[in-house]
Design a protein around this ligand. Structure first.
Ligand code: DX5
Length: 228
């Protein structure tokens, strides 16, 4: 159940649990699901690919029995190929790896799909879309990072709007307009419409949802209203 449709495309919302209150993670997840979240994104960080350490498969495994949301693992780690099985066994249904962390990206995408998850590839702000054009036939999602990865609560990089549009046109050109175009970083009800108008179809948001003064459900409703 998407939070909106735009030009015939379903728009999915994937709250990032990185910003959740970890003293009540289960309650925050239930509130996000009750508010209409479609996916939940787990931001996995190893302190090497990004200058921060978050959590691993243990947290994904703990969440699986309490939510019907699709669990989406964004691996901001070196050697993601070594951990795909662990995250799929923990309950990940989508796994996104960074093109910058994969010497053999095509092989890693095949590995994710062989493990039974859908495969996403992420682009850091400094990485051109052409870097993933060769795997377009094989993937299910492209993640355009709209901040430099590693931390929640950062400022949206405005030049991302142009990049989202270029990725959308690349998908149309390569007849992969069906792929999910996910965006992540600094997204709120104030800018979600412009990222969707540029071509995004899956919205990751952490602080705008879990840090909202009026609560999680109200935050999600603000996103929905911004896309009406
Ligand atoms: C960065 C993370 C964040 C997070 C969303 O590595 O991927 O972008 O998911 O953070 P907010 O929505 O708080 O910017």
């Amino acid at each position: 159940m998407a939070i909106a449709t735009y030009q015939g495309r379903s728009i999915l919302l994937a709250p990032s649990i990185l910003a959740a209150n970890f003293t009540r993670l289960g309650d925050d997840v239930r509130d996000a699901e009750g508010g209409g979240a479609d996916w939940l994104q787990a931001d996995i960080m190893d302190g090497h690919f990004v200058p921060n350490i978050s959590f691993g498969p243990l947290v994904v495994d703990a969440l699986r029995p309490i939510t019907a949301c699709l669990l989406d693992c964004h691996l901001m780690i070196e050697h993601p190929e070594d951990y795909i099985g662990d995250f799929v066994r923990a309950g990940a249904r989508n796994i996104t790896v960074h093109v910058e962390a994969c010497r053999h990206l095509h092989r890693v995408v095949q590995q994710i799909k062989a493990a039974g998850a859908t495969a996403g590839v992420a682009l850091n702000p400094g990485t051109p879309p052409a870097m993933i054009e060769e795997v377009l036939p094989d993937i299910d999602l492209i993640l355009v990072m709209t901040v430099n990865p590693g931390f929640g609560g950062q400022k949206f990089i405005e030049s991302s709007i142009d990049k989202i549009g270029r990725v959308r046109r690349m998908l149309e050109r390569r007849h992969r307009d069906d792929l999910l175009l996910q965006v992540d970083g600094g997204i709120s009800a104030a800018n979600v419409r412009k990222v969707v108008e540029a071509g995004a179809t899956c919205i990751v948001a952490g602080s705008a949802i879990f840090d909202h003064h009026a609560g999680i459900a109200a935050a999600i409703e603000e996103f929905r209203s911004a896309l009406r």
